[in-house]
Design a binder for this molecule. Sequence first.
Ligand code: S3P
Length: 432
Amino acid sequence: MSKRLKPVSGLHGTIQIPGDKSISHRAVMFGSIADGRTTVTGFLPGDDCLSTVDCFRKMGVSIEQKKDTVIIEGKGLKGLKEPMDILDAGNSGTTIRLMLGILANTPFHSCMTGDSSIAKRPMKRVTNPLREMGAAIEGRDQGNYVPLSIRGGQCKGIDYHSPVASAQVKSAILLAGLSAEGTTSVTEPFKSRDHTERMLGAFGCKVDVDGNTASINGGQGLTGTHIEVPGDISSAAFFLVAGSIIPNSEITLKKVGMNPTRTGIIDVLKEMGADITVSHIEGEDAEPYADLTVKTSRLNGIEISGSIIPRLIDEIPIIALAATQATGTTVIKDAAELKVKETNRIDTVVHELQKMGVEIEATSDGMIIKGTSSLKGAEVDSHGDHRIGMMLAVASCLGEGETTLLNSDAVSVSYPGFFGELEKLQNENIGV
Ligand code: S3P
């Protein structure tokens, strides 16, 4: 599907940001392996999270999902049934990597696969430590690529030092540690998002966190609970940048997740000079959230590198767009992980923004963006990557002339209502 998009004269209004994707996945996964009922509100009914729901249904878990409410009848980790069919993660790296960790606890055989993007994404980062723990895993290139088959059951704890800061790797290993013998610890070079650690606590499990190390003792069970999912800051990011760089804009975003392991985008935009106000902070005992208001402002180029990278890894495509409108040059470093996301996001960001006339250059671990570019409408492509699609849609709001966005439907992976919200903010602008 393709979409024709026109420049806009400003964005105004208030929007409710849909549920956090990472938290929605975990709520369904942990609810499925918990004992008793789990209710989830604010769930993100995007394609990725629906893939997770489908996988657990295939293992016999009763899950009722209507829009953003989910009721899961958990039967405990031992209650999962051998699936009769292949578990399909679709486009979702979180589904496949975290589920491999869960399946390391189960004595049955299962097979996981995904779409053409997942088929290219490295799984060794998870399958190697899980094998070390005792899971039997087979797959293409010695277990690096789907389809993967797994038989778990008899794992032992490990003290794993991950070469990458990745919440997917950390979570898979901690989840495998649930029924492993002894203690399982994961240490990462920088702290990645900590939704697993927080949510396991809400399900009654004890996870110890010491700096960049998280540890869990085997033999712990989960008890069903209620999870309220805040809005996804990674989805809010598109409007934070749109509101900053599109002249004559003011947007309020309601109930946006403010977990400190995810708020790098706010820190960076503020450092660039963005006008963002945070109000009504709540939920600080579990996953904090707040309302955010952004107004148009002048931005300056900066360097983004080091420990902040995992706190904004998914926001780099839209930060790159913000940098095109900043005074001076922006340099993004230490972000080689972008190469193994839904697309190679260094290449797709650079290639697609170049089509719109931006002076941007790829480096081995990031990109260099020259500021104050005037964007020109062009034919651009999401390449099936939701975040590239949304970044290009925001870019089209600024472009001179019309932009055609190919593969625009990719946005439904994390933000099915994105184009409707963008249109609503344009209409609210009329008459301002
Ligand atoms: C996610 C972790 C991140 C992120 C992905 C979701 C998660 O991946 O890019 O969109 O839910 O754990 P890594 O932690 O592997 O970088």
